[in-house]
Design a protein around this ligand. Structure first.
Ligand SMILES: Cc1cc2nc3c(=O)[nH]c(=O)nc-3n(C[C@H](O)[C@H](O)[C@H](O)COP(=O)(O)O)c2cc1C
Length: 328
């Protein structure tokens, strides 16, 4: 699959997730098989660009290419400037967020709230595409609510505006994250445009990835929540799509080593204080479903230093690897 001049190594994409898809997590998912990983969104409000959070979000040093950065906002000129600013800071692909239902984003009329204003959508797309040489991609939901599924019209607007790939989450803005994603609208969107379409929503297993690709005819699938604590899901899907067979589950030792490497990268990226806090949610995800996981999480979440967090986490996974019974 191509996005502008960039050829992706496969058709598996890590979804942008604010607070999750920071540089360490994107790197890890790319190492473990993702062909593309979209960064957390960066506000189009230039007053925020100097903040530590935004500077960190715009840090792509050493990241596997192509580097895709998501921007969010509702004002065409500000979005154009945000795109330019991010390209100047190393972004190779600009992704526009019209898919996020978060109150913080929708209240200021951005994210998926924009879908009900097709004229404004067009002005934003024209402004951003016109502002940068880098390819621009768009992420949408299937529509505003279940009686206003205007995804096909938005997709056509996007193609006309020069958008190079379109990711579609199979829910409407009103659906939030409830119910099951639906893929009929994604199929209709795919049939109505010739730019690459990336299907998203509830892809949790290799079988589901194949089913969604077949049902929608999409060019790629995008995985979000299922990659939390399971970044190796990308190589599992890649292998299954290529061979029809499953890779063996990673051993506890391999999970431990992947996780410890991830924690070190988080400490390097954020520094000890923030790194330890960001690491907590990842440690929780990695330990989900493991025997004794609840007791372990309760203990590890109280620790404030890198040394303690590493030691307790390593000890838990060592005991699991040695087959020691742990209290549930
Ligand atoms: C914690 C979290 C943060 C998210 N942040 C963003 C975001 O910043 N931009 C965006 O376009 N979508 C965001 N999303 C939506 C995801 O990209 C994706 O569309 C959604 O989770 C459905 O895919 P999944 O079922 O594979 O998780 C977020 C989702 C989650 C769970």
């Amino acid at each position: 699959m191509h996005i502008g001049p960039y050829e992706l190594k496969n058709n598996l994409v890590l979804a942008p997730m604010a607070g999750v898809t920071d540089r360490p997590f994107r790197q890890l998912c790319k190492q473990l098989g993702a062909g593309l990983a979209v960064s957390e969104m960066v506000s189009s409000n230039s007053l925020l660009w100097g903040s530590a959070k935004t500077l960190r979000r715009a840090n792509h040093a050493g990241e596997v290419e192509p580097k895709s950065v998501q921007i969010a906002g509702a004002e065409p000129q500000m979005m154009a400037e945000a795109a330019q600013h991010n390209v100047d800071n190393g972004a190779q692909i600009i992704d526009i967020n019209m898919g996020c239902p978060a109150k913080k984003v929708c209240n200021v009329m951005a994210g998926s709230a924009l879908l009900q204003h097709e004229d404004l959508v067009k002005r934003i797309l024209d402004a951003v595409v016109g502002a940068v040489d880098a390819p621009v991609t768009l992420k949408i939901r299937t529509g505003w609510d279940t009686s206003h599924r205007n995804g096909v019209r938005i997709a056509q607007l996007a193609e006309q505006a020069g958008i190079r790939a379109l990711a579609v989450h199979g829910r409407t803005r009103a659906c939030g994250y409830s119910g099951d994603a639906e893929y009929d609208t994604i199929r209709a969107i795919k049939q109505s445009v010739s730019i690459p379409v990336i299907a998203n929503g509830d892809v949790r297993t290799p079988e589901k990835a194949r089913e969604v690709l077949e049902h929608t005819g999409a060019d790629a699938v995008m995985v979000g929540r299922a990659a939390q604590g399971r970044p190796w899901i990308f190589r599992e899907i890649e292998h299954f799509l290529a061979t029809g067979r499953h890779l063996p589950e990673p051993s506890v030792e391999e999970i431990r080593d992947i996780m410890l490497g991830h924690l070190h990268n988080l400490y390097d990226f954020y520094g000890e204080h923030t790194g330890v806090r960001v690491a907590r949610k990842h440690i929780s995800w990695y330990s989900k479903g493991q025997p004794g996981g609840a007791v372990f999480r309760d203990a590890v979440n109280r620790l404030d230093t890198l040394d303690e967090q590493l030691a307790v986490t390593r000890a838990f996974f060592d005991r699991l690897a040695n087959g020691e019974e742990l209290a549930a």
